[in-house]
Ligand binder design. Structure first.
Ligand code: NAP
Length: 119
């Protein structure tokens, strides 16, 4: 059974994946705060090393959009630096990372696929 690390345990998306992945023949390895915390990179590295996943789905995110405007640095750590560390670990291990985005970021009027560099 393929071992999938699912971050953001207890969150809406991770909870859904915890229910649906086993039915698809995957083992869901759930990790969440405080054991897996982007503000504490050592916890991310330790969880990754201990669980040895074959793929990662990152459902951990700062989703409180109004609070993100008050604490831009905290939101950046959770939504940019944390996923970047996960990407590095996955690249080093040669396994895929699925990073979940949201259509809350853009208005959808571009008429073409969005790029990370789009404002
Ligand atoms: N739900 C949807 O319908 C939907 C739709 C489109 C896209 N998405 C995207 O999917 C992702 C997850 O959304 P969600 O709805 O599942 O969000 P959610 O219910 O708010 O769950 C977010 C999870 O991330 C964890 N988290 C927050 N900050 C963290 C940090 N610094 N380090 C580690 N974990 C942290 C939270 O832990 P705590 O509970 O301890 O704070 C929680 O477990 C987001 O990127 C969102 O934009 C969701």
């Amino acid at each position: 059974m393929r071992r999938i690390l699912v971050t953001g345990q207890g969150g809406q998306l991770a909870t859904g994946l915890a229910e649906s992945l086993p039915a698809q023949g995957f083992e869901a390895l759930l990790v969440g705060q405080p054991d897996f915390e982007f503000d504490k990179p050592a916890t991310v590295i330790a969880a990754f090393a201990a669980l040895k996943p074959e793929a990662v789905v990152n459902c951990a995110a700062w989703t409180a959009v109004d609070a993100a405007e008050e604490d831009e640095a905290g939101a950046f750590r959770a939504n940019a630096l944390g996923p970047a560390l996960l990407a590095k670990l996955c690249a080093e291990a040669g396994i895929p990372l699925i990073q979940i985005s949201t259509d809350y970021v853009y208005d959808g009027l571009k008429g073409a696929p969005y790029l990370e560099s789009d404002l």
